[in-house]
Structure formats: C-alpha cells, structure tokens
Design a protein around this ligand. Structure first.
Ligand code: 1HE
Length: 271
C-alpha cells in the first residue's frame, strides 16, 4: 500500500511544503514548481505536518503555490501502480489531511494562480476563503483521465458551485477562467495577475485580528449548521453565540465600541 495514512513509511516532503510566520499569519507554500506542485504522498503528508505544527501564535494561514501554478492536482506518476485497495486508502489519506486543514484551529485562505486543477481544486475547496488572480483557471481533468475525484471534491465542490457545474466540468472537461470561476463561486475574490498572495495576506491579517473564538465558531459552526435541520441549527447557533460572547475578548471589544474607541462599520471601496 502506498497511502501514508495506512502506512507509516511515507516520509513528509517538508522541503516541498515550506512554512513562514509573519506575525499572526503563517504562510504555507507548495514548493514543487518543477512538477507544477503536483501532490504525491510525501507532499500531502507534509501539508498535514505543517498544519499540525502551527504555533499557538498563528491566527490565520495563507496557502499558496510556488511558480506558475497553484497546483496541478494529484501526481499522476503515483497512480499507475496503484490497485483498488491502495486507491481507497489513498483517498482516505487526503480526507484526513484536508479535514485537519478545514477543521483546524484557524481559518485558511488559499491564494490561487495558474492551474487550480483536479486535486489542486479539491485542496483549494477545503480552505475557508479563496482569492484568485486573473491567471487562475479551474478544471477537473479526472473525467478525461479515466478516473474520479478522490480528495473530497464530490462533497465540497457541489457546495461551492453546484453539482450540475461539477458534473459539466468532469463530463466535458470544461475549464473555467478566473473571472467565470469566481462568478460561479470557486473563489470569493478576484484580483489582477500576481496579486493573489498580497490580497490573501491582507485578508489573513484582518481575519487573525478577530477574536479566536469567533473564528473557531465560524469555521466549525457554519458548515455543520448548514447540514443540520433548522431546529438543530438554531440550538447549535445559540450555543456558539453564548460561548463566543462569554470570552473576555468579546467583552473588551464590545466595551471599546460603547466607549467610542472601537471601530465602526464602514463601507469599503473594494471588497
Ligand atoms: C505532472 C502533473 C501531474 C504536471 N502529475 N506530473 N492533474 C492533471 O491532469 C493536470 C496535469 N497537468 C497539466 O495539465 C499541466 O501540467 C498544467 C496545465 C498543470 C501546467 O502546464 P505547464 O505547460 O506549465 O507544465 P507541463 O510542461 O505540462 O509540466 C511540467 C512538468 O510537471 C512535467 O514533467 P517533466 O518531467 O516532463 O518536466 C509534467 O509531466 C509535470 N506535471 N502536472 C505528475 N498532475 C485525490 S484525487 C485527485 C485526482 C486528480 O488530481 S486528477 C488531475 C491530475
């Protein structure tokens, strides 16, 4: 079996997933540009390790790719020798890491450029916010390669763009350019070419300045509430609201607004 989740022999390729800390923001860089940041077992294990080892001082993460592309998806070189059992465990190893990322302690913002394809799009979909620059393009070439998504794409992508659009992408090989992709919900922000990382950093700094409990309640609460019957959702919401507002930080922020020193809500010139 080649899956690192079912086998301890996979060594995380830490040199291919670099980490840097800038204040409360940690930057995780996919660093395998020769292969367009295609994800093999070692690289996926390294993403998992970088997430697991985030320091307590991290309030938000930016995930981005080195070189001309965000990520070319699964390293197809690994696929040729994999049997059905290996394939099952391989998928589960991706689920494990992407769940750690999606259901971790802090929000993760993906900065997207160039190819965001196959497993690269599945990785981006597990992040909480996505910023695309105008060079980004989105595709699911699995259909044309005779395979299927295996990194949680069939669960996460229909929630972003709708099952009918994902079906189209996989059946016909349709590629969305950045503007059209953002228009259908692949990402929340569109910026000029070369500016995705800067915009993601700016957003991450803002996110990291929120009360940690509010961020935690958002990334853990909202997706779960969306899956619950309304009656359960109301109860979950009320509990998260109670928890967030009881934190000392919330009290201090509310007091600051009431005494005139806290920020007011302002219209921003750009989203
Ligand atoms: C790769 C991969 C890869 C590049 N696996 N080696 N993903 C795909 O089907 C996408 C396949 N890749 C491409 O379509 C193109 O490479 C790109 C559009 C992403 C970039 O094009 P370009 O012209 O910048 O680069 P390139 O010349 O195609 O590739 C440079 C090298 O990276 C080359 O290797 P080299 O040794 O000849 O230099 C490519 O073979 C290699 N490379 N992409 C392996 N994906 C959990 S299941 C998820 C299932 C999937 O993700 S399926 C979709 C896989």
């Amino acid at each position: 079996m080649s899956s690192f989740h079912s086998q301890t022999s996979v060594v995380p390729s830490l040199d291919e997933v670099q980490i840097e800390h800038r204040g409360a923001v940690s930057l995780i860089r996919l660093s395998r540009p020769r292969k367009r940041n295609a994800i093999n077992d070692g690289l996926m294990a390294a993403i998992g390790q970088r997430i697991a080892e985030l320091p307590a001082s991290t309030g938000a993460v930016v995930l981005y790719g080195e070189g001309e592309h965000f990520c070319a998806g699964l390293d197809l070189g690994e696929l040729k020798d994999r049997d059905a059992v290996d394939g099952l465990h391989h998928s589960r190893s991706w689920y494990y890491v992407l769940r750690e990322l999606e259901q971790g302690r802090v929000p993760v913002i993906a900065a997207l450029h160039g190819a965001v394809v196959g497993g690269g799009l599945e990785l981006a979909a597990a992040c909480h916010l996505r910023v695309a620059d105008e060079s980004a393009f989105f595709a699911l070439p699995e259909g044309s390669r005779g395979i299927f998504v295996g990194g949680g794409g069939s669960v996460r992508l229909p929630k972003l763009i709708g099952a009918h659009r994902m079906l189209d992408m996989m059946l016909t090989g349709r590629v969305y350019n950045a503007a059209d992709g953002v228009g259908i919900g692949m990402a929340q922000y569109l910026v000029p070419t070369g500016q995705a990382l800067a915009k993601a950093l700016e957003l991450a700094e803002r996110v990291a300045a929120n009360a940690p409990m509010t961020n935690y309640a958002l990334i853990h609460g909202l997706p779960r509430i969306a899956e619950q019957p309304a009656d359960h959702g109301f109860l979950t919401e009320s509990m998260l609201a109670a928890l967030a507002q009881s934190a000392p930080e919330a009290k201090a922020r509310v007091r600051a607004f009431l005494d005139g020193s806290g920020p007011k809500v302002k219209v921003q010139s750009k989203p």
